[in-house]
Design a protein around this ligand. Structure first.
Ligand code: SF4
Ligand code: SF4
Length: 280
């Protein structure tokens, strides 16, 4: 994202809408400026402010006259009065920032907007996590914090060493140059995004080991991590396997979401031979 210094009148409205705090009024230039390292190309500034087309010279003159009279002339807080924002044509690898940070842009690898994954929220249809397995979503970053791809790689490398399996239908997996070692493509390691989700799954008996591993690596990273756990309920709609492990680790569990299986199952196992079916 760029701000045209010829158009900007330094009203400061945009500094409040940037979720990454990447816009500041440069005291030397006396114009709003985007910190390119911190900007994650989320387009909140461009889309969140109405773009008016006032003449910049006229606005600057009026602001000076009002200032001289100890008054203020400020535009409405939700507008850029001079349409000073000029989105750049993003090229690789910078385009990765937008793919993970602008919720209206679908990921090329999955066709899903935002972080590019439905996680296990649709497990009744996708069947990603099967009986005897536990699925983890490791969510990096937040507005105001963000995450560098190199930090995500640090976690992925440790998970790969532990022999986890990465979810194929996840955009981060598709950006790996070597899934076996959890290495992301080298050319994206210097990109920062608002947030991103790594998805893995392991046999249920490895739940505690993986939680502890995530805790350990998290301490080495300069971002925030939210850990999600997905599992299959038993016939009573309860989880008596994973929940006790998590409670022992100190988590207070609240039921977040239960899928009732009304969707179309796309991973139904092939039918059993007739003889076997009748004995069950
Ligand atoms: S809202 Fe527009 S005119 Fe005001 S500081 Fe930002 S870019 Fe400049
Ligand atoms: S694109 Fe997003 S991160 Fe970049 S300056 Fe605009 S609001 Fe801030």
């Amino acid at each position: 994202m760029k701000i045209n210094p010829d158009k900007c009148v330094a009203c400061g409205n945009c500094t409040y809408v940037c979720p990454m705090g990447a816009i500041y009024i440069d005291p030397a230039l006396k114009r709003a400026t985007v910190n390119r390292d911190e900007c994650v190309e989320c387009y909140a500034c461009f889309n969140g402010l109405s773009q008016e087309h006032l003449n910049p010279t006229m606005v600057r003159t009026m602001r000076k006259i009002f200032q001289f009279m100890r008054l203020r002339f400020d535009p409405e807080p939700d507008v850029c009065p001079t349409a000073a924002f000029e989105p750049e044509e993003l090229v690789w690898p910078r385009v990765v920032r937008r793919a993970f940070s602008d919720p209206r842009v679908p990921h090329e690898s999955t066709g899903i907007e935002g972080r590019g994954t439905e996680e296990v929220k649709t497990n009744d249809i996708t069947g990603r996590v099967k009986v005897g397995e536990v699925g983890f979503t490791i969510e990096f970053g937040r507005p105001g914090v963000g995450v560098w791809m190199r930090e995500i790689q640090q976690m992925c490398a440790r998970l790969a060493l532990a022999g986890v399996s990465f979810e194929k239908k996840n955009p981060l997996t598709s950006l790996m140059s070597d899934e076996a070692s959890g290495q992301l493509r080298k050319d994206i390691l210097g990109e920062k995004v608002m947030s991103a989700i790594v998805e893995i799954k392991v046999p249920v008996e490895r739940t505690e080991e993986i939680v502890r591993l995530v805790w350990e690596v998290e301490k080495e990273l300069d971002t925030v991590i939210a850990l999600g756990v997905g599992t299959r309920c038993d016939a009573d709609g309860e989880d008596r396997v994973v929940a006790p492990i998590l409670e022992r680790l100190g988590y207070k569990l609240e039921r977040a979401k239960t899928n009732t299986g009304l969707g179309r199952i796309t991973n139904r196992p092939s039918p059993l031979p007739q003889a076997e079916m009748t004995t069950r």
